[in-house]
Write a protein that binds this ligand. Structure first.
Ligand SMILES: NC(=O)c1ccc[n+]([C@@H]2O[C@H](COP(=O)([O-])OP(=O)(O)OC[C@H]3O[C@@H](n4cnc5c(N)ncnc54)[C@H](OP(=O)(O)O)[C@@H]3O)[C@@H](O)[C@H]2O)c1
Length: 287
């Protein structure tokens, strides 16, 4: 099934994509690929110079409109400004990609950084999705991609060799649950939702915990390796066409997602049930 024309530039009408975190890594790649496919793009991030040079290149190479939107999405005022742009009637695709990690031992990390991780990874995509959806629904087409991480599913793993990541992983768990539940709420409506769950990806991500941007005029790559960002974006754009809500670029056995849903149903069997037998002796002792 190829439904790109239902909401993309081929469909006529509004065809602007807003990409947050477009100054490097996965977002930079989305911006380039979407522009190459004929989308006008709104590029959101803090590093103005990088956005300006990307926008210039996309205009020259693809003849599209490329707008720079310099904003710190962890700042409430900037977020409101971006939300107003996202609500514009030309916007047919929102990619909530900007994210920071705030890695570190929970009790060592500055609380202000932890707050920032939540603001950027949780509050910003929620506010921007809320801004985008009504117009997309009214116009009868649109899509929202929320970039999560496979670390959303890392709750049963020890910290090593993975990073110390309680807050980061929790924010990505939010992205997964938010997107899946909202997708169910929207049902077969005209707006498509996707949560993208990459594994380690070759970007700037590990060069900063996110408090300050990485310096330098051109996007860089951390030394930890990972899947090339173009492959991650290829998976996401393919999944948008085929209608996958949860896209895991490196997952060969897609059936694992069905098993996850089955396991969730098993846990939910505790809803509306009487107190489980392992807790009953303690409850009986109170009677
Ligand atoms: N790389 C990985 O291994 C990996 C794996 C799974 C998921 N992810 C997720 O993929 C997404 C993209 O990350 P990436 O790997 O491409 O990392 P990246 O190269 O570090 O890019 C992060 C982007 O987010 C933007 N950003 C950071 N703080 C911001 C703020 N306060 N306001 C606005 N924009 C901000 C950055 O731009 P400025 O600094 O210019 O603001 C940059 O464009 C993130 O959500 C990340 O959690 C990454």
């Amino acid at each position: 099934m190829d439904t790109h024309e239902e909401w993309g530039p081929d469909a006529g009408g509004p065809a602007t994509a807003v990409v947050t975190g477009a100054s490097s890594g996965i977002g930079h790649e989305y911006a380039g690929r979407l522009a190459a496919a004929g989308w006008d793009v709104v590029l959101v991030a803090r590093r103005a110079e990088r956005l300006a040079s990307l926008a210039r290149r996309l205009r020259e190479e693809h003849g599209v409109r490329a707008e720079e939107c310099v904003a710190d999405l962890a700042d409430a005022g900037d977020l409101a400004r971006v939300a107003a742009r996202v609500a514009g009637e030309d916007v047919a695709l929102l990619v909530n990609n900007a994210g920071i990690n705030g890695y570190g031992l929970f009790t060592d990390v500055d609380p202000a950084l932890l707050t920032k991780v939540v603001a950027l990874n949780v509050t910003a995509p929620t506010v921007l999705t809320r801004a985008a959806l009504p117009g997309m629904q009214a116009r009868g087409r649109g899509a929202v991609v929320n970039v999560a991480s496979l670390l959303a599913f890392s709750g049963d793993l020890p910290p090593d060799p993975l990073p110390q990541r309680a807050v980061y992983a929790a924010t990505k768990g939010y992205a997964v649950t938010f997107t899946r539940v909202l997708a169910a709420e929207l049902g077969d409506g005209p707006v498509r939702l996707q949560v993208l769950c990459p594994g380690l990806t070759a970007t700037e991500f590990h060069l900063t915990t996110g408090r300050e941007p990485v310096s330098g005029a051109a996007p860089q790559v951390h030394r930890d390796g990972g899947m090339p960002a173009p492959d991650v974006v290829t998976a996401s754009l393919t999944a948008l066409r085929t209608g996958e809500t949860v896209c895991v670029p490196g997952l060969e056995e897609a059936r694992a997602l069905e098993r996850l849903a089955e396991a969730e149903a098993g846990v939910r069997s505790g809803a509306g049930a009487p107190l489980a037998s392992r807790y009953r002796p303690a409850a009986d002792a109170l009677r």
